[in-house]
Design a protein around this ligand. Structure first.
Ligand SMILES: *Cc1c(COP(=O)(O)O)cnc(C)c1O
Length: 399
């Protein structure tokens, strides 16, 4: 038995030790972090709905009407009206026959994959998929083929090699640490050709892209072509919990076999009611999604102009690549001292050597704040020798 203290020391030695920071107040653009005022650039409260008055009121009223907790799993006695109402609205919003709530996105992914992929079958997973997908693959007794990030050729090769044993292709739509988007059209084509199901995790896409915030699948015109769409209530929808959308048969099957659904207490009535209120706000005020996208463009451009290595994509997830874990955390801490809070992301969340500062913008950020933050990050990165060049904007002005 190795000593836990030794294991912690090993993490510290590798620059991989983590600690909790305390945020005071709601997840707005500005918060107190461990008592110091900072610009918050790593919250997934993308549309500012977690602290919206209507959403708070819905949660409070649901607590008064139905209680704080659901009291049991859905199949025992925990199936309540807020769950049913929310499922109906989510299915309609995403253009699917049915939706099914789970306790969280982690539980939705792990439970659904483990239920859909069985022993003797092969599940195909993008190498940069979220940890909850990775764990779902491990939980299923199926073999897992991990294909290179967004590499359709590699996936096609794996599907051919599986010789008909392939049962599920699974991918993030917007990748959580990189902010790029999966090649959904190709994935649909390959899934059809090889008689595989396709499951797409829209945790960072719902409320952030597509018509009215319906996600990347809807943006690509592929609703209904994807067998299972996953979404979380904890990000753009400002609450807690998650859901999958599918046809009635798959939902019926998951109710009967997904262990994270069966053996876990139903989401609390206040979280379900809050998510429903958030969904209604999203439907009545879709311009929040446009504002989010506009803010993402402002921050991406400003960080690139500082000469920083901004990762691909156009989404609200903006990674600034650094490389080493220790240097990433140094950049993170120095930026914090100057009032900018973006979380440093290290292994095992991302592959070795690809540590980064990961920014997420919200629709509630103001351009001035985003531009100021980019300047701070640029200056700090130059001081630390992470970028050596003068800012591109300065060069342009000189030219
Ligand atoms: C956040 C996230 C999850 C987990 O969702 P929770 O509701 O927070 O448990 C799943 N998949 C992806 C891609 C995510 O980013």
């Amino acid at each position: 038995m190795t000593d836990i203290g030794d294991r912690l020391e090993e993490l510290r030695g590798k620059g991989l030790h983590r600690r909790l920071r305390l945020v005071s107040g709601p997840q707005g653009p500005r918060v107190l972090l461990d008592g110091n005022p900072v610009l918050l650039l790593c919250s997934n409260n993308y549309l500012g709905l977690a602290d919206h008055p209507r959403v708070r009121t819905a949660a409070a009223e649901a607590a008064m009407r139905w209680g704080a907790g659901a009291g049991a799993s859905r199949l025992i006695s925990g199936n309540m009206k807020p769950h049913q109402q929310l499922e109906e609205r989510l299915a309609e919003f995403k253009g699917y026959e049915r939706a099914l709530l789970f306790g969280s996105g982690y539980l939705a992914n792990s439970g659904t994959i483990a239920a859909l992929a069985r022993q003797g079958e092969v599940v195909f997973s993008d190498e940069l998929n979220h940890a909850s997908i990775v764990d779902g693959c491990r939980l299923s007794r199926a073999e897992t083929f991990v294909y290179r990030h967004r590499d359709v050729e590699h996936l096609a090769w794996g599907l051919r090699e599986a010789k008909g044993r392939g049962s599920l292709i699974v991918t993030d739509s917007v990748f959580s640490m990189d902010g790029d988007v999966a090649p959904l059209e190709d994935l649909v084509r390959l899934a059809r050709h090889h008689d595989c199901r396709l499951m797409v995790d829209e945790a960072h896409a719902t409320g952030a892209m597509g018509p009215g915030g319906r996600g990347a699948v809807a943006a690509a015109g592929l609703s209904g072509e994807v067998d299972v769409v996953v979404g979380t209530l904890g990000k753009a929808l400002g609450s807690y919990g998650a859901y999958i959308c599918a046809n009635g048969e798959i939902v019926d099957y998951l109710i009967n076999t997904a262990r994270s659904f069966i053996f876990s207490t139903a989401p609390s009535p206040p979280s379900a009611a809050a998510a429903l209120a958030a969904l209604e706000l999203l439907e009545s005020h879709p311009h929040r999604v446009d504002q989010l996208r506009a803010n993402a463009t402002v921050l991406r451009k400003a960080l690139s102009a500082e000469g920083l290595a901004v990762g691909g994509g156009q989404t609200q997830i903006v990674p600034v690549m650094v490389g080493s874990a220790a240097r990433t955390m140094e950049l993170c801490e120095r930026a914090l001292e100057r009032g900018v809070f973006a979380q440093g992301i290290r292994p095992p969340t991302v592959p070795e050597g690809s540590s980064r500062l990961r920014f997420t913008v919200m629709s509630t950020h103001r351009s001035e704040g985003l531009l100021g933050a980019a300047k701070v990050i640029g200056e700090t990165a130059r001081e630390l020798g992470i970028v050596s060049s003068t800012p591109a904007s300065t060069e342009l002005m000189a030219a």
